[in-house]
Design a protein around this ligand. Structure first.
Ligand code: ZN
Ligand code: ZN
Ligand code: FE
Length: 735
């Protein structure tokens, strides 16, 4: 504001309040209009103008433009910015001679680290991990010059005074000269080496994405299952040679948040299956730190694998000594820097579905921006789910969802969970008065809440939380038709739910119908071995005759194992009942012979989705009655498989069947209960074909449909839903 007003020669003042920014200007009408126009055009990339309201007031002849001190409402909190990808002006700075030439920690008020370095509020350098670096006189001058791009840029630094990189080979420090470091790392990567590099929110492991041997070595180092790796490409133009790209996908890739975007590969040429298990979906991102740009200026390859530096199941590593201890012998080079990471973040993951960005993993670039709710969230602490965990704290009407924490079953992850929770409470000045948890008695998050202290506790059914999360995201507080298609979640009846059609509001729900229960032989083992659900379902429909069916499953799985499983089902040993939609997708993947044993979470459903033929409309029949029964679907599918129908057609017909079920069930509920709003949530809606199909069919039939965008539809969004339900129950005095 100051720079713009001064440039246009306008007098007046600007003031921050906790609700908005107020500007008072005097001048010719034309000039004032010009100011407002430029305000929109020149606003920093990471800022967001919700609206500009203009009112006239009594004329005052200002001689200059000044910044008034903020109206601080006591106890009111300021939001914390997420980390911002390096801006073009800073990238230009590292090419100019001077103290920022090739300097990898360049930043300004428009870019650079934020959340990852902030220890406390208010946000100034002394409360960040930049505190240990005393500004040199040149940096200080820019920092204090209101007309400078680095005016009050808290992490500002240069070669003279700021953080630096150091290269370690075999655990020994070798050099801190950026030029040499970039040259060396590039050489290692070109020779098929693997490097560990400290980034913005944690360590990354990197190798040449087109070198199959390097990729498989990286997978070994990480002790990682088959979970797809993310790739960083040199630039947008290069990336376009390899993947399809819509304007929305392009926008997400280039946004200052720089997430990993899931894109469809044009072909697999040059890509080893080891990158992403041979899927046609690839997680890609563009450079976002100065270091990435410096690297690509030397690298010949167009893309590197850039995956979190940790052993799988552990959180992303942030400690330098640990990095050296764990990875010195297995990697070729370790690149560390001395700017502490206070809040660790993973790279965020998004997918464009229905023309909108849908956040799948919410971390760097997104956190800790709050969700602005219409509820009183004050003092509520929601503990989240168990896998893909995040937690959520409430302040005023805002809900602060934590960064992706991960699977709490790992010891390191649960330490990260507790530490981050303590930090969020302190950072956002939240004094918990009400706790919200999943109904599952054995969740680590639930147990953490019970140990937290003697506070009132609200237990929220998992799928109600999913729907409430989507409602909170969209500011809904009324009765809706909630459709949660999910993997698993603890149900009221003690069974494992996951395909719930409910009438609900934020306070409670009535379960109207669901997919028919099936035994889940071996419990959680069934999500890792899709063939178990296939056998369970086949047994229900065909009885012991299933053995004589000509299905890939019976050629790929040891008959003894199948017999053993059948005994478990018959004798009801370790066979909890499930209505989980995810398990049905697993079963179909097994039937089609594309995934008997998953090497990463949701592999079966992902492979199944990859087979879908767009534009093919046929579907299978099913029986809607008290519960939704798919026996007819299975019979038809088995007939299709045994008569040699193209598996792609079968996969598509199955998807279309589920889309019909969503629409027809919603329609039946609407005609009975006269509710027109449908809220979709749950992990299954990460499936692009399914969500797009359901959205368009429902909209064509005049439903008002809501699906997640900014908040994950998977268990990463559960905590927000728990918080919303707790808030509502407190409001109606039902805690
Ligand atoms: Zn910048
Ligand atoms: Zn400096
Ligand atoms: Fe879930």
């Amino acid at each position: 504001m100051y720079r713009l007003a001064t440039r246009l020669g306008l007098g007046g003042w600007v003031l921050n309040t906790s609700e908005n920014v107020q500007i008072c200007l005097s001048g010719e009408t034309e000039q004032l209009r010009h100011f407002i126009q430029l305000l929109r055009v020149e606003a920093p990339a990471a800022s967001r103008i919700e609206n500009i309201k203009v009112t006239e007031r009594e004329y005052e002849a200002f001689t200059k433009f000044s910044i008034h001190s903020s109206h601080d409402i006591p106890g009111e909190i300021t939001e914390i910015s997420p980390d911002i990808a390096v801006c073009n002006e800073c990238l230009a700075d590292i090419e100019k001679p001077g103290s920022r030439l090739d300097y990898a920690f360049v930043n300004c008020t428009n870019c650079g680290p934020r959340f990852t370095i902030i220890r406390d509020l208010p946000y100034d350098r002394a409360r960040t991990t930049m505190q240990t670096f005393a500004m040199c006189s040149d940096c200080r001058e820019e920092y204090e010059d209101i007309l400078d791009r680095r005016f009050h840029a808290q992490p500002t630094a240069c070669e003279q005074c700021g953080p630096r990189y150091e290269l370690f080979i075999n655990g020994e420090k070798t050099t801190s000269d950026t030029g040499i470091i970039i040259e060396k790392i590039s050489e290692y990567l070109a020779d098929g080496g693997v490097a560990l590099m400290r980034g913005l929110g944690g360590m990354h492991l990197a190798c040449d994405a087109f070198n199959a041997a390097a990729v498989s070595r990286l997978r070994e180092i990480k002790k990682r299952d088959g979970k797809p790796f993310a790739l960083m490409f040199r630039d947008l133009e290069t990336l376009k040679q390899y993947t399809e790209m819509s304007p929305e996908e392009e926008e997400s890739l280039l946004s200052w948040r720089r997430p990993i975007v899931l894109l469809k590969l044009k072909g697999r040429e040059g890509f080893t299956p080891g990158i992403n298990s041979g899927l046609d979906l690839l997680g890609v991102m563009l450079p976002y730190m100065p270091l990435h740009y410096l690297l690509f200026s030397q690298l010949k390859t167009n893309a590197i694998v850039l995956t979190s530096g940790n052993f799988s199941s552990e959180p992303i590593l942030i400690d330098n000594d640990e990095a050296l201890r764990q990875f010195s012998s297995s990697t070729d080079a370790i690149l560390l820097h001395n700017r502490d990471i206070y809040n660790r973040t993973d790279d965020s993951v998004v997918r464009i579905i229905g023309g909108k960005e849908r956040v799948i993993r919410r971390s760097r670039g997104y956190v800790p921006s709050p969700v602005n709710t219409i509820l009183n969230t004050e003092g509520i602490l929601a503990f989240g789910a168990e896998l893909t965990n995040t937690f959520c704290v409430g302040r005023g009407r805002k809900a602060f969802l934590s960064q992706h924490i991960g699977d709490l079953q790992g010891l390191e992850t649960s330490i990260f969970y507790e530490q981050t929770m303590a930090r969020f409470l302190k950072l956002f000045r939240v004094n918990p008065t009400l706790l919200a948890v999943d109904m599952h008695p054995a969740y680590i998050s639930t147990r953490a809440a019970l140990q937290f202290g003697d506070l009132p506790l609200v237990r929220v059914q998992h799928h109600h939380a999913h729907i409430a999360s989507c409602m909170a995201e969209h500011g809904l507080d009324e009765k809706v038709i909630g459709i949660a298609l999910d993997g698993t979640g603890y149900g009221d009846d003690g069974h494992t739910w996951g395909s719930e059609f409910m009438i609900c509001d934020l306070a409670g729900y009535t379960r109207i119908t669901h997919f028919e229960y099936l035994p889940m032989p071996g419990g959680d083992m069934a999500s890792e071995e899709p063939w178990r659900m296939a056998v369970s379902w086949l047994f229900k429909v065909f009885g012991k005759d299933l053995i004589s069916l000509d299905l890939p499953l019976f050629r790929e799985i040891d008959p003894e194992k199948i017999e053993l499983l059948l005994q478990m089902i018959i004798q009801k040993v370790n066979c909890p009942l499930t209505s989980g939609a995810g398990r049905l997708f697993d079963a179909v993947a097994s039937l089609l012979g594309i995934c008997q044993t998953a090497t990463f979470q949701a592999e079966g459903p992902m492979r199944l989705e990859a087979m879908v033929i767009n534009g093919f409309k046929e579907a299978y029949s099913y029986e809607p009655s008290d519960v939704i029964c798919f026996d007819a679907t299975l019979r038809a599918m088995v007939a299709d498989i045994t008569t040699g129908t193209d598996p792609k057609i079968i996969a598509t017909k199955f998807h279309n069947t589920i889309i019909s079920v969503i629409f027809e069930t919603a329609n039946a509920i609407r005609s009975q209960k006269k509710i027109n709003k449908v809220v979709l949530s749950g992990g299954v809606f990460q499936n692009k074909y399914l969500l797009e199909g359901a959205l368009s069919l429902l909209k064509e039939n005049d439903f008002e449909v809501y699906a997640h965008a900014a908040i994950p539809t998977n268990d990463g969004g559960i905590a927000l839903g728990q918080l919303a339900v707790a808030s509502k129950r407190r409001e109606i005095k039902c805690v």
